[in-house]
Design a protein around this ligand. Sequence first.
Ligand code: FES
Length: 165
Amino acid sequence: MTGTTTQIDFREIDKILEKYEYKKSYLIAMLQNVQEVFRYLPEEAMTYIGEKVDGLSPATVYGVATFYAQFSLEPKGKYEIRVCDGTACHVRGSMPVLNAIKNKLKLKEGQKTCDNGLFSLEIVSCLGACGLAPVCMVNDKVYPQMTSDAISVILDTLMKEEGVA
Ligand code: FES
């Protein structure tokens, strides 16, 4: 495992461990909570849990975290953008939407989170709203029938709100 530069407040993790009484049977819930706080699972947090909870080890925690797709081991942006590229969305034009996002956020090939850490981008295979294709989500909000122009306006608005426009 490699080190990261993220500053971890271990008191936050202690609070989570206390809530679950340091029981290894609650590992998944603990990891979900940690991810809610940090928006991903920092390596230091997984190691810490592995050392503090009886019956676990850092390797076990890491193994569980990598098994489940819901966990991200990389930092995510404040705004998590999900673009559906399932069949219905692809056919109705998800690619131009995706390209517009990449351009707007200046993402290089393979880069998932933009340099200022505000936005991260993920491609998913179906968001369960095929009738509204092409569909995007920004955090919990669903944006139906997206176009490259519409997503550009949405991102511009968010950037303005964040003072980075
Ligand atoms: S294919 Fe995009 S929501 Fe189902």
